[in-house]
Design a protein around this ligand. Structure first.
Ligand SMILES: NC(=O)c1ccc[n+]([C@@H]2O[C@H](COP(=O)([O-])OP(=O)(O)OC[C@H]3O[C@@H](n4cnc5c(N)ncnc54)[C@H](O)[C@@H]3O)[C@@H](O)[C@H]2O)c1
Length: 426
């Protein structure tokens, strides 16, 4: 059982009503509030305001046990609360931007009733909001309330299985700049299976968007691959089901780390072939058709970062399209090097698996046609690369010893294999 908290839930729609009933079910005292009086009255009578499997049973049981109430927000309820969960809607504006008017309004309602407090209050945003919203909007709304902490706790439930999703969560994320407040909100879930991921405010807000974008991309991907399979007389369900049996490369964390653009002898070639065939079939697959473009844009961002580096002599670590291979075909590093040379930069390259006298065939012809002066640029050791450079660009994951040597060089390093937080972001 979790440590019992007094919780006020603002907004009793799909998210708020399920959260209120489930939090009461795991032992907390919950007051649900909504500006829609019908929802409040319905819950107070033991009826779910909408259909959601298992919800009405929970509402009835917890009303009877005295752990769940529905009513209006009062000064007393706020004074007793440990956590206020904001579950109001954040719909789209006509231009696609998020509409925060409900969130602003609910913050004003709360701020108007907040007096001096005997204990801290965690105002917790469960609605889906863009990174920076909690800091910006809520910090200003509650700027005068020094006993208030702002926490983000996005919701991941799915309508139709919302109660089950709450009780058996796929993910619980709590974000906050005040460690104590974030921990206190995380404690609310102590009765549920799974670990709580405690992160920063902005990270929590971003994770929710990342999850929904990922779900949408997965569905779009399955539908496009399925449509192509179907057009080719192949069973779409068998293709996707078998693909999902691979939990090492396919349904896994592999390829889900933000870093450098992809390249190599297979991914670009096979995507091109797939898109060509789809176009021949008059089949529009915009998601699959945009992947190489997305990769080019990402490569373009890397090129800009490299061109922004100080110093004239850039040392490039890695030439093959990834670590552990000497395959140079369609290596994105070559595109970066072409740009640098085109801008008159003096560059040197080192790749632990590539010495010019060791490559031949299509690999050699590819690199020589792209970089005719490769022989002059390629260094024989990492030491040589460091000595001939003002700045270093890591374009391929170094082994531990090489990473140490690169770091010990004392030179400015741009690591393209990792995307870092932009500290200038507002
Ligand atoms: N529905 C889902 O499956 C789901 C899942 C995860 C996250 N979310 C996110 O959760 C948020 C809520 O979604 P929802 O589907 O529950 O919305 P909803 O529209 O069903 O419910 C929102 C409720 O907030 C109430 N409300 C608005 N202003 C209020 C105020 N000032 N005081 C009190 N109540 C107020 C409304 O009357 C309404 O009942 C959104 O940001 C949504 O994106 C939704």
């Amino acid at each position: 059982m979790s440590s019992k908290k007094n919780i006020v839930v603002m907004g009793l729609g799909y998210v708020g009503c399920v959260s209120a009933a489930c939090l009461a079910e795991i032992g907390h005292n919950v007051l649900g509030v909504d500006r829609d009086i019908h929802k409040v009255e319905s819950i107070a009578k033991g009826q779910s305001p909408f259909f959601e499997a298992g919800l009405e049973t929970l509402i009835k049981r917890n009303l009877a046990a005295g752990r769940l109430k529905a009513g209006t927000l009062t000064k007393e309820a706020l004074q007793a609360a440990d956590v206020v969960l904001l579950c109001v809607g954040t719909p789209s504006q006509a231009n696609g931007n998020i509409d925060l008017s409900h969130l602003r309004r609910v913050c004003e309602d709360i701020a108007a009733l907040l007096g001096p407090r005997k204990k801290r209050l965690a105002i917790t945003v469960r609605s889906t909001v863009f990174p920076g919203t909690c800091e910006g909007l809520l910090d200003s709304a509650f700027a005068d309330c020094k006993d208030v902490d702002i926490v983000s706790n996005p919701e991941f439930l799915r309508e139709g299985t919302a109660v089950k999703d709450f009780m058996e969560p796929s993910l619980i994320v709590v974000g906050g700049s005040q460690e104590k407040a974030a921990k206190s909100v995380a404690e609310m879930y102590a009765g549920l299976p799974g670990e709580v991921s405690v992160v920063s405010l902005r990270t929590a807000e971003m994770i929710k968007y990342a999850c929904n974008a990922f779900h949408a991309v997965k569905i779009g991907f399955a539908n496009e691959v399925g449509s192509l399979a179907s057009s080719l007389g192949v069973d779409p369900e068998q293709v996707m089901a078998t693909m999902c049996n691979d939990t090492k490369l396919n349904i896994s964390t592999t390829y889900l780390k933000p870093g450098f653009a992809f390249g190599g002898s297979c991914l670009p070639k096979d995507l091109r072939a797939l898109n060509f065939r789809a176009s021949r079939l008059d089949l529009k697959l915009p998601l699959l058709g945009s992947v190489l473009h997305s990769n080019d844009e990402h490569l373009g961002r890397s090129i800009h970062k490299v061109l922004d580096l100080p110093g004239k002599r850039a040392g490039i670590f890695g030439l093959a399209f990834k670590e552990g291979t000497d395959d140079l075909r369609e290596s994105p590093v070559i595109a970066i090097i072409e740009h640098l040379i085109g801008k008159g930069r003096d560059i040197r390259i080192y790749d632990p698996h590539i010495q010019l006298d060791g490559i031949y065939g299509s690999n050699l012809s590819f690199v020589v046609s792209a970089l005719p002066h490769i022989g002059r640029l390629l260094q024989r050791s990492l030491d040589e690369l460091i000595k001939s450079s003002d700045t270093l660009v890591i374009a391929q994951k170094p082994a531990a010893a090489e990473a140490k040597q690169l770091a010990a060089s004392g030179l400015p390093i741009l690591d393209l294999t990792r995307l870092e937080k932009d500290s200038s972001a507002g």
